[in-house]
Design a protein around this ligand. Structure first.
Ligand SMILES: Nc1ncnc2c1ncn2[C@@H]1O[C@H](COP(=O)(O)OP(=O)(O)OP(=O)(O)O)[C@@H](O)[C@H]1O
Length: 355
């Protein structure tokens, strides 16, 4: 069964010699110089040729025990490609992936004993009820029948899924289905959880259930979590450290606070125009003239990264003069990880979610 979780297998967890096991803070996952190049495709039947893509271009990173470690980046940055190599589902062209002392490039089959993977798709589970999906995954991970049922009940209760346990996944809403798939990740406990956009489509209650469950496993069992996210706000709230990816490279890796300290001298100003920016007003034209790295335009919304005195002047200009009639809304805020990403030279923010 391909469940969107790494192919599950029975067997003990972490059977390697254990230089990495045990102590808090020890290295759980080490990636070195990872390289993955998708080959070019020739033009065919009207479709244009596609050049080769260096989806992982020399990625190195280290994740420690008990960390919630994030991979943040816009669409196409290479997050899923990286995660598929980390979970043994894709072979890198070069480089090393080591999880709890196991070389997953040489032994990808060991991945399923070490980690549970929540991918973006879950269609293979769609025919099963929530209850059966969770129980079956537990059995595939080596639990005895009674333990699988007992863990199933506990996890469904913990995530608030008991009332819909008898429903097939295909009859659930997108958010409910995502939560049910998350439940399958938790059974048959694995020391490393790899979650690709786990909360997509979820309401705030379900999101909270996910982060509480993650926190509990980290606090009580030292679980390590690798989290792929587009959501800069979520990243700031839940991550211990984050690697910012851009075109297959890690362009920064630090705590969210450490990353934000790099742009601490900036203020973010958001302007929303009623219809369009009044470029005939000189102050507005001057703001635009600051350049694309400091002024991002997205339809009626402008996002500016300014020094504090510049921000004060900009707000005075757009709220005081001729521009005010064209202004629908404005906000002033301290920088987010999105600003960090832009300041680091990240060229695109498509797919970065700010809510
Ligand atoms: N099977 C493939 N064949 C060729 N190119 C691919 C393939 N899969 C991904 N790519 C390309 O590799 C790059 C990285 O893709 P990847 O899916 O890893 O990015 P991502 O950060 O996960 O994006 P998203 O946030 O949209 O899921 C992109 O340019 C993508 O077009």
């Amino acid at each position: 069964m391909s469940t969107g979780t790494a192919a599950a297998e029975a067997g003990p967890v972490g059977t390697a010699p254990a230089p990495h096991d045990g102590r808090a803070g020890s290295v759980v996952c080490a990636v070195e110089n990872l390289l993955k190049v998708y080959p070019p495709a020739r033009a065919r039947r009207g479709a244009p040729a596609v050049p080769e893509v260096r989806a992982s271009d020399g990625i190195s990173l280290t994740v420690r025990r008990g960390e919630i470690f994030g991979l943040l980046g816009p669409n196409g940055a290479g997050k899923t490609t990286l995660v598929r190599q980390l979970t043994g589902l894709m072979r890198p062209d070069a480089g090393r992936v080591d999880v709890l002392g196991h070389d997953l490039v040489r032994h990808p089959e060991r991945a399923s004993r070490l980690l549970a993977y929540l991918g973006q798709e879950s269609t293979a589970l769609d025919e099963l009820t929530v209850s059966l999906a969770v129980e079956t995954t537990g059995r595939l991970r080596g639990l005895a029948a009674r333990d699988a049922r007992s863990e199933r009940d506990d996890v469904l209760e913990e995530l608030g899924l008991t009332a819909i346990a008898g429903k097939p996944l295909k009859k659930l809403s997108g958010g409910q289905r995502r939560l049910a798939c998350f439940a399958t990740v938790l059974v048959g406990e694995r020391p490393v959880l790899v979650l690709d956009e786990p909360t997509t489509g979820m309401d705030p209650v379900a999101r909270r259930a996910v982060w509480s469950a993650v926190d509990r496993r980290r606090a009580e069992r030292g679980a390590t979590v690798l989290l792929v996210t587009h959501n800069v706000i979520e990243a700031e709230t839940v991550l211990d450290r984050v690697a910012v990816l851009e075109r297959g490279r890690v362009i920064a890796c630090d705590t969210p606070a450490g990353l934000k300290a790099r742009v601490a001298d900036e203020v973010r100003v958001e302007l929303v125009w009623r219809e369009r920016a009044p470029l005939d007003v000189p102050e507005v034209a001057a703001l635009r003239g600051l350049g694309a790295d400091r002024v991002q335009e997205s339809g009626r919304r402008w996002t500016l990264r300014l020094a504090p005195d510049e921000a004060r002047a900009a707000v005075a200009a757009v709220t005081g003069g001729a521009a005010f009639a064209a202004l629908d809304d404005f906000t002033l805020a301290t920088p987010s990880l999105e600003d960090v990403y832009l300041a680091l030279g990240g060229g695109r923010t498509e797919g970065l979610v700010k809510a």
